[in-house]
Design a protein around this ligand. Structure first.
Ligand code: VAH
Length: 308
C-alpha cells in the first residue's frame, strides 16, 4: 500500500491517478492538507494530512499499513523565496516526519529533489550526478538538505530512501504552484486561450524540462528497481529536454501560427532560474535503472495542446 502526500499538487494529482490504475485504487492512499471534491479525493482512499504534524504522518501510515510513502507535500522555489521560514518548516519538517515514520514502521520512501539542488558554482552544462551543490535559494537548500537527510536515514537506519532531481515539469492535470518553471505550463494554456503569452523569464533562459508522463514513469521505475542496483539513491539526475522560452514559443507557433509571445521579467524568478543548470547529465539513472524519456519538445507540445 502506498501513501502519497501532496496529492493535490502538480505531480501528486497525476501520480495518484496513475498509481491507482497500476496498483488498484484501494492500495493508493492520497492525502493533502484539505479535501476538495475531485477525482483524486473520490477515486480511492483520501486522508486530510498536514505533514508538519509528526504524529499525524505516523498515524496515517499505521492506520493504512502502508509499505511505501511518496512524499510530495512541499513548497516550491518562488514561493519559498517569499516565505523562507515557512518553506523550511514545511519542506524539512515534513520530510523529517516522513523519515521518522519510515524508520519506525519499516517503510520505503520517495522524496523528490530538483535541479534546484544545484547552485551558481555548479557546472551548468551536462551537470554531473556528483558535483558541487551550493544552491542560493531556500528551496534549493531544502532540496540538498533533503538529499543528505534521506542518505543519512539509509546509511544509519537502513531506511530504503530514493529520490529524483526533477527538472521543470510540464503537465495539464493540475497546475504547479509557486514554481520558477511554471511558465512552461502557463504558456500552453495561454496559447490556447489568448493566442499570446507574456513570459516572466527571459527568452534565452535555458532549463531542463520534462513532460509529466516521463516523470511519473521515472518514479515508478526507480521505486520498483532492486535496491542494490541504486548507486546514487538521493537523488538521480533525470532530464528529457533542455529548452528556452523562445524555443517553446516557436514550437507552439507550428500549431498556432498566430501565437505571439513577449517578456516581462520577474527578477526574483529570473535570478533563481539563472542559478540553475542549463542541462543535466542523467547517465547514472540510465545505467542504474534504465531511465529514458519518451517526450521531447515536439511530442510534448503536441500532446499538451491536444489535452488542454
Ligand atoms: C520549481 N517546478 O519551479 C519546481 C522545480 C526545477 C523546478 O523544482 O520550483
Amino acid at each position: 500500500k502506498i501513501l502519497v502526500t501532496g496529492s493535490l499538487g502538480q505531480v501528486g494529482s497525476a501520480l495518484v491517478m496513475k498509481l491507482r490504475r497500476e496498483y488498484g485504487a484501494e492500495n493508493v492512499i492520497a492525502s493533502d492538507i484539505y479535501q476538495p471534491g475531485n477525482e483524486v479525493t473520490e477515486s480511492g482512499p483520501f486522508e486530510v494530512l498536514d505533514v508538519t504534524f509528526e504524529h499525524k504522518v505516523y498515524e496515517t501510515a499505521k492506520k493504512h499499513q502502508v509499505d511505501t510513502i511518496i512524499h510530495l507535500a512541499g513548497m516550491l522555489s518562488a514561493m519559498a523565496e517569499i516565505k523562507p521560514l515557512m518553506a523550511w518548516h514545511l519542506n524539512m519538517g515534513g520530510l523529517l516526519h516522513v523519515l521518522e515514520t519510515a524508520r519506525e514502521l519499516g517503510i520505503k520512501v520517495f522524496a523528490p529533489s530538483s535541479i534546484a539542488a544545484f547552485g551558481p558554482h555548479t557546472p551548468k552544462e551536462k551537470t554531473p550526478q556528483l558535483t558541487v551543490q551550493r544552491p542560493a535559494t531556500m528551496y534549493g537548500i531544502n532540496k540538498v538538505t533533503g538529499e543528505l537527510l534521506c542518505d543519512y536515514y539509509f546509511y544509519k537506519y537502513g531506511v530504503d530512501t530514493r529520490g529524483l532531481r526533477f527538472p521543470g515539469l510540464v503537465s495539464y492535470e493540475a497546475p504547479p504552484g509557486g514554481g520558477t518553471t511554471d511558465y512552461a505550463v502557463e504558456i500552453y494554456y495561454e496559447a490556447i486561450w489568448k493566442k499570446s503569452y507574456t513570459c516572466f523569464l527571459g527568452p534565452r533562459t535555458r532549463l531542463d524540462m520534462m513532460y509529466m508522463p516521463d516523470a511519473l514513469n521515472a518514479v515508478i521505475q526507480l521505486m520498483e528497481e532492486d535496491s542494490e542496483k541504486l548507486t546514487c539513491r538521493n537523488a538521480y539526475n533525470i532530464s528529457a529536454m533542455s529548452v528556452t522560452p523562445e524555443e517553446m514559443g516557436q514550437e507552439i507557433k507550428k500549431h498556432i501560427p498566430s501565437f505571439v509571445m513577449d517578456y516581462k521579467i520577474d527578477t526574483v524568478r529570473q535570478s533563481i532560474a539563472d542559478s540553475w543548470p542549463n542541462s543535466l547529465d542523467d547517465s547514472a539513472a540510465r545505467m542504474d535503472w534504465g531511465f529514458s524519456a519518451e517526450f521531447d519538445l515536439e511530442k510534448m507540445t503536441k500532446d499538451m495542446l491536444e489535452n488542454i
